[in-house]
Ligand binder design. Structure first.
Ligand SMILES: Cc1ncc(COP(=O)(O)O)c(C=O)c1O
Length: 391
């Protein structure tokens, strides 16, 4: 019989392996948020709505903290309905439903949409929540090369007939690369092969589109997607997730999505803050433009200093990104940690991103920009980046 393993020995051995491979993760804590001299490039509060007075004012315990039950029991209240109405309008869809987190929304929705006889095409760099949802679904999962529409078309041409339903799952702005999916081309291929397009707009909501509806709004593709996934925890500045789609799609999900049915509905108090943020979103065009222009400027300055601001395997056809996520790809986990520590010494927080979040050898400093950053913050970052070293 195999030697039995004591739990503590298992934990310690796993932690040692992890430390040796890519360094251990730690919980937040490195930035003193009360000290305003810190510059934080680690938060996804792109539009500064997390601390917006109108958002804070409305969310302060106007209603119960907890919803008390699943949305399919008594947890779904009028404030959830109001939020869902605005999210549906923002997505150009008939209906939306809200979840307590973007992660639980993604895993639950993908798992509910596909079954064992189905096919899921998934971009190589999709977020963990999309990967886990695909695995939970029991469908055949084909992972395609990042952004590669040609390889998607070829796979569908050869294999579409072997499956009952087919789903293509992609982020619109990729969370660790800040680059942009070729959604127009993907939607054409999906239409041709009767494949439902599911787009995760976690990092595009609020940033792209005339009303902040994301890249699907910017590219007028809202009617082409089967459903759109999003989070309330990034540009919307709160916490939670959502899916938008047709009436029948959302009705189906209310009845089949396990992470929705078997989980308590989001906090009504939080939903008040979300509602206030959603009302502000369409009027934030100046902020969107400012953020995208700051992204272009910072990328150009970092590249001038010799930093590599995209992963090496980007296709030549990829769109020039102007999203608020800038990856500074530095190679090894050790190097990324070393550079991040030097920035911390200068009171600049830029997280070092390592496997399994990104592929081995493409560790990076991930800069998240916010409209709250000033030109002075960028100037300080650029001047420190010019002098940090590998030694
Ligand atoms: C692309 C993407 N989808 C989904 C999520 C999950 O969202 P949440 O943090 O709201 O659970 C994230 C979060 O990092 C993400 O980057």
């Amino acid at each position: 019989m195999e030697r039995t393993l004591n739990w503590n020995d298992f934990f310690e051995a796993a932690l040692q392996d992890k430390a040796a491979a890519s360094g251990l993760r730690v919980q937040g804590g490195q930035v003193d948020t009360a000290d305003s001299s810190w510059i934080d490039f680690g938060s996804n509060d792109y539009l500064g709505l997390r601390k917006h007075p109108q958002v804070l004012g409305t969310s302060r315990l106007l209603s119960p903290l907890g919803s008390g039950a699943s949305p399919v029991l008594s947890g779904h209240t009028s404030i959830h309905q109001e939020v869902e109405k605005l999210l549906a309008a923002l997505s150009g869809s008939s209906r939306s439903m809200v979840f307590s987190s973007g992660f639980s929304c993604n895993t639950g929705v993908i798992a509910a949409l596909a079954q064992a006889e189905d096919l899921i095409l998934s971009d190589q760099l999709n977020h963990a929540s999309l990967i886990d949802g695909s695995r939970l679904s029991k469908a055949k999962v084909h992972i395609y090369r990042h952004l590669d529409v040609e390889s998607v078309a070829m796979y569908l041409r050869q294999h579409r007939h072997e499956f009952r339903k087919c789903l293509l799952v992609t982020e619109s702005v990729f969370s660790m690369d800040g680059d942009i999916a070729p959604l127009t081309e993907l939607s054409t291929v999906c239409e041709k092969y009767d494949c439902g397009l599911v787009v995760d707009e976690a990092h595009a909501t609020g940033i792209y589109g005339p009303k902040g509806g994301g890249l699907t709004e910017e590219l007028s593709l809202q009617e082409k997607v089967l459903c759109k996934l999003g989070t309330l925890s990034k540009a919307i500045g709160s916490v939670g997730g959502f899916v938008s789609g047709s009436k029948s799609c959302v009705h189906y999900l209310i009845n089949h999505c396990r992470s929705y049915i078997f989980s308590t509905a989001p906090s009504p108090s939080v939903m008040h803050g979300v509602l206030a943020a959603l009302k502000l979103l369409p009027g934030m065009e100046q902020e969107r433009l400012k953020l995208r222009s700051a992204s272009r400027q910072l990328r150009a300055e970092l590249e001038q200093q010799g930093w590599q601001c995209s992963a090496q395997d980007l296709l030549a056809t990829a769109t020039d990104p102007d999203s608020p996520i800038i990856p500074v790809v530095v190679g090894s986990a050790e190097r990324a940690l070393h550079l991040s520590r030097q920035l911390l010494q200068e009171k600049i927080h830029v997280p070092a991103i390592r496997p399994p979040t990104v592929p081995e050898g493409s560790c990076r400093l991930r800069l998240s920009l916010s409209v709250r950053h000033t030109q002075r913050d960028f100037a300080k970052l650029i001047s420190v980046m010019a002098r940090i070293t590998d030694a």
